[in-house]
Design a binder for this molecule. Structure first.
Ligand code: AMP
Length: 347
């Protein structure tokens, strides 16, 4: 083992896959998770379970690790900041703070001349009526929403669901006629030092990622623009580690940045089998200050997310040598829950 121990906050599938990539590089990991049933329990050796604001657990975690990273963006900023005062947290907590909030995230993109859907900050029903130019639109909570959670379609300005809780802030986004969704994954090691994966084409069902594939069927213009914008984002954030930018393409072939994920991303799972170095390994290499190696595609690939009961069709089956089944070993099958994934590479 090397003399680095990497602390990972979050014990879901992303945390486990990060931990496995680190272990392959001889880096010990400690996962800190607030979920006693998290997959980390079955898939990794060292973990701490309890609330992220538990002083004793924070102390224990800090005493065991040299560097800290995280698998999801919704960790309270003040906890990341506190940890960062003692051991380096990468990506930097300030990045997480900016991106945790859809409004500040979209402002950041627009300040950098990166196109997004049109949007406005919404604090009450009147704000929706004033911004009727954004209707039809999607109302999304500024914080804590993912996989379509906390989102409402607004079709008419006087047809506003009573389920909307205006004690929270929202953004209203103009609805786009989507032709395609793509994502770009980039691992940045320092100023102008990065490895970038080609755009990945994604299909969502019920707002949850279902299929990803490379190559994406897109024009060179879109491909280059998505790569350029992702590079600008990583540089402007002075980001260290792997990040993902999710994009929309509309039916007139305009590209829009939708979201930045300051972490490894589900659409990049196929890089485990398609590339010589996965998004997880590059993240660990970047945050631990290891060597940046040239990242190359070996195979085209596609990935299927196994959601809910889908997993039952895969468990106990045998597969061909170009097929890779990942079971997150979650203790219970639940509707809309990501239970595993399946990657097929082209040989
Ligand atoms: P998000 O939570 O922003 O990633 O949204 C989840 C999914 O909802 C996206 O991947 C799209 O399929 C869809 N979606 C989100 N925003 C828009 C929009 N402004 N116009 C059309 N579809 C959208």
């Amino acid at each position: 083992m090397s003399n680095i121990t990497l602390g990972i906050i979050g014990g879901g599938q992303l945390g486990c896959l990060l931990s496995q990539a680190a272990n392959k590089l001889n880096i010990e990991t400690v996962i800190f998770s607030d979920d006693k049933n998290s997959p980390a329990k079955n898939l990794t050796k060292n973990f701490i379970i309890g609330n992220y604001d538990d002083e004793n657990l924070i102390k224990e975690f800090l005493s065991k690790v040299n560097i800290i990273t995280y698998e999801f963006e919704n960790i309270p900023y003040k906890i990341l900041k506190k940890l960062n005062e003692i051991k380096p947290v990468l990506p930097k907590p300030e990045i997480n703070k900016l991106i945790q909030n859809r409004f500040t995230e979209k402002d950041f993109l627009n300040k950098n001349n990166i196109r997004t859907t049109r949007y406005a900050l919404i604090k009450d029903e009147d704000d929706i009526k004033i911004n009727d130019g954004l209707i039809p639109g999607l109302l999304k909570t500024c914080t804590l929403g993912y996989d379509g959670k906390g989102q409402f379609k607004i079709n008419k300005k006087d047809d506003i669901s009573s389920e909307i809780d205006f004690s929270k802030e929202y953004i209203l986004e103009k609805f786009i006629n989507l032709k395609k969704e793509i994502s770009v994954i980039i691992s940045r090691f320092g100023h102008q030092r990065y490895e970038i994966y080609e755009p990945i084409e994604n299909v969502h069902q019920d707002q949850i990622l279902k299929y990803s594939k490379i190559p994406a069927e897109i024009s060179d213009k879109i491909k280059n623009q998505a790569i350029d914008w992702s590079t600008i984002i990583a540089e402007e954030l002075d980001y260290i580690g792997t990040l993902c930018v999710e994009f929309f393409i509309d039916n007139k072939d305009n590209l829009y940045a939708n979201e930045i994920a300051p972490r490894v991303h589900n659409s990049g799972h196929l890089t485990i089998n398609s590339h010589n170095i996965s998004q997880f390994e590059n993240h660990v290499r970047a945050v631990c200050g290891l060597e940046k190696l040239e990242t190359k595609k070996i195979h085209n690939a596609r990935m299927i997310n196994l959601i809910g009961a889908d997993i039952e069709d895969y468990r106990g089956k045998s597969f061909k040598d170009n097929e890779f089944f990942f079971d997150y070993l979650k203790n219970e099958i639940r509707d809309k829950r990501k239970m595993g994934h399946f990657t097929i590479v082209e040989k």
